[in-house]
Design a protein around this ligand. Structure first.
Ligand code: AGP
Length: 631
């Protein structure tokens, strides 16, 4: 959730523009306050402010405020905070200091035993200035140094007493040529350049400088230092400190700096909605054989037998990724006849599920590959003996590394906090997976080929959908946003239900208004009580065999004076021309199983334009973080 950055170099310069730019590149993950500490002229200097680094850290102003020495300095750390313990305030912003002001710490994660540690430190005479869990860390290090330990041992001993999750970076006046890192549960890595090392909680912070990085695993520390004019690093484990580990560097190939720019779009979210046709094409690329009618998922190749023999599939995911897995579940059941159980990760990890691990396989779905609940679910599933697979977007992320095998979603870099293109990329993988499982269970090559050809048509249908619906949707969103709608619900049946749930989630995230979703058939079993002139129902109902039934339910909403927007195809639209409803027309598809891929697009746009009408920040909605790396 929080973003951390640290720079160490052998070339003295003002590192503030670099550290601020890296912090800006982490802003999309969420922030409420931000801070920097530098080691300049033997002194630890700090600046902390409420707000985003883009807004509150003009490099020139900060350089003046910190009275940076003319020749510059070698070490700096920075942090974007997403408040978990204590309100956003200057005092709670990182870096946190010890009593003597010699040690500065930035932290991503949560310390579960901070209350006990704090009490103990207070009895030892330490004074706390914030309400954060993090502040115990510099004081513990200070205490251990007082007791005679080196900065490195004090740091690693402290890390081993912490419960919870952490990615930590520290600097100290006691050892002004050293930047120490340790990881347990929260992501931490460092980029490697000739004369500089850049530590960060995400590769996005280092991409402007290097595409080569080394990622730390849980329990590992990195000792980055400047000695005899050059930078070097050593990696070890908290338990075995002097036995150094050799780790391979990873090269980032799935993202570039252009992905981090809005281009001609006014927001990342709009750009990412519009990127969906090309992302879908990329996700499919090279992953099927038209001749044999097979989906070819290279990442799963070593587990062909396991997948062929699986009697049940379990998915674990959160939020949008969970909604994608519900569509995926419906597809796998419909095409391959394999039962699918969709579990929300934060529930799964604490649940006792009586499933046979021998013939049930688990798929974890995650855009970031960092979501704590999903990651822990994978670990728990492995402990129980399940084979685990991933559908993950970020290459080399914690979940991608933890699962036995997997398929990358290839959505590219998603900056908008509200997920859009990762969702349709995850759906693309699920269509391929469903075809693969179906072919292994008797679907003919001809049927497989037919489905693959239909999938190939989707990108152009997506483009048509966006082109044809965007103006209508904008007009509807602006109109309804002015109307003081009291409640809004997204309804559908069958495979459209998870699309309604995803549309409601997008709407809530962006507009900050309460929105609901339920299967249309449930209307009479309670929800109809909320329908009146101030209630808006958005009904997803392409023309299929249940259309007449759905139309009947729609009339019941109208009879209670509710407002209705229907997302339907050309045939459905003609059929509803007499009805007093607003209509969003999507292309007509022969295969109704493919509708989720196009019907979500106008609903993402609806949430987007409604939020714009309310004046909300669509890229960084309030209270949200891009990666939820804490429970
Ligand atoms: C999506 O718009 C949300 N920001 C959120 O629900 C997200 O999908 C969820 O936190 C899971 O994230 P992940 O895909 O990175 O695991």
């Amino acid at each position: 959730m929080c973003g951390i950055v640290g720079i160490i170099t052998n070339e003295k310069r003002n590192l503030l523009p670099e550290i601020i730019s890296s912090l800006k590149n982490l802003e999309y993950r969420g922030y409420d306050s931000t801070g920097i500490a530098i080691l300049d002229d033997g002194q630890l200097k700090r600046v902390r402010r409420i707000g985003a680094p883009s807004d509150v850290f003009p490099p020139k102003e900060i350089t003046e405020e910190l009275r940076v020495s003319e020749e510059g300095f070698l070490i700096a750390i920075g942090h974007n905070r997403w408040a978990t313990h204590g309100k956003p305030s200057k005092e709670n912003a990182h870096p946190h200091f010890d009593c003597g002001g010699n040690i500065a710490v930035v932290h991503n994660g949560t310390i579960l035993n901070h209350e006990d540690l704090r009490k103990e430190l207070i009895t030892l005479g330490h004074t706390f200035l914030s309400t954060t869990d993090t502040e115990v860390i510099p004081h513990m290090i200070e205490q251990k140094i007082k007791e005679g330990l080196s900065i490195k041992d004090a740091f690693l001993d402290t890390a081993s007493s912490l419960e919870g999750s952490f990615g930590l970076a520290i600097i100290s006046t006691d050892d002004p040529n050293r930047l120490l890192l340790v990881k347990h549960g929260s992501p931490l890595l460092f980029g490697v350049l000739k004369n500089t090392l850049i530590a960060a909680s995400s590769t996005n912070a280092i991409l402007a400088y290097t595409n080569t990085f080394i990622s730390l695993s849980d329990g590992e520390y990195a000792d980055l230092s400047v000695e005899e004019g050059s930078v070097s690093y050593k990696i070890g484990t908290i338990l075995d400190r002097e036995e150094f580990i050799k780790k391979e560097a990873t090269i980032i190939t799935d993202r570039s700096l252009e992905d981090m720019s809005k281009g001609d779009y006014e927001s990342f979210m709009k750009k990412e909605i519009h990127e969906q046709p090309s992302v879908f094409r990329t996700t499919l690329l090279g992953r099927f054989n038209e001749e044999t009618g097979d989906a070819v998922l290279g990442g799963l190749i070593d587990y062909e037998d396991v997948l062929r023999n699986a009697k049940q599939i379990l998915t674990v995911a959160c939020g949008t990724a969970h909604n994608a897995s519900m569509v995926g579940g419906a597809l796998i059941e419909a095409l391959a006849g394999v039962p699918v159980r969709n579990e929300i990760a934060s529930e799964f990890r604490y649940k006792k599920i009586p499933l046979n691990t021998a013939d049930t396989v688990l798929f974890a779905i995650s855009q970031s590959g960092e979501t704590a609940d999903t990651l822990e679910s994978v670990k728990e599933a492995k402990r129980k003996g399940f084979k685990t697979f991933g559908i993950v977007n970020v290459v080399g992320s914690a979940i991608a590394e933890e699962v036995d095998a997997g398929v990358y979603a290839r959505a590219g870099f998603e900056i908008g906090v509200a997920s859009t293109k990762a969702f349709t990329a995850q759906l693309a993988v699920f269509y391929l997976l469903a075809i693969k499982l179906a072919r292994e269970r008797g679907m003919t090559a001809q049927k497989g080929r037919g489905l693959l050809l239909e999938l190939e048509e989707i990108p152009s249908l997506m483009s048509t959908t966006i082109e044809n619906t965007e103006d209508v949707v904008r007009e509807l969103a602006l109109r309804y946003a002015k109307q003081n709608i009291r409640t809004i619900n997204f309804l559908g049946r069958g495979i459209h239900v998870p699309i309604g749930i995803e549309a409601a989630l997008k709407f809530k995230e962006l507009t900050y208004l309460e929105a609901g979703s339920y299967p249309l058939g449930e209307l009479k079993h309670g929800p109809i009580a909320v329908i009146d002139k101030d209630a808006l129902s958005v009904v997803i109902m392409p023309h299929d065999e249940l259309f007449a039934l759905n139309k009947n339910l729609l009339e019941q909403i109208l009879s209670k004076n509710g407002s209705v927007i229907v997302a339907t195809d050309e045939v459905g639209a003609k059929n509803l021309s007499e009805q007093d409803v607003d209509i969003i027309i999507i292309p007509t598809l022969k295969n109704t199983l493919l509708y989720p891929l196009i019907e979500i697009l106008p609903l993402q746009l609806f949430a987007y334009y409604y939020a714009i009408a309310l004046g909300n920040n669509v890229d960084k909605p309030r209270n949200l973080a891009k990666s939820v790396t804490v429970e």
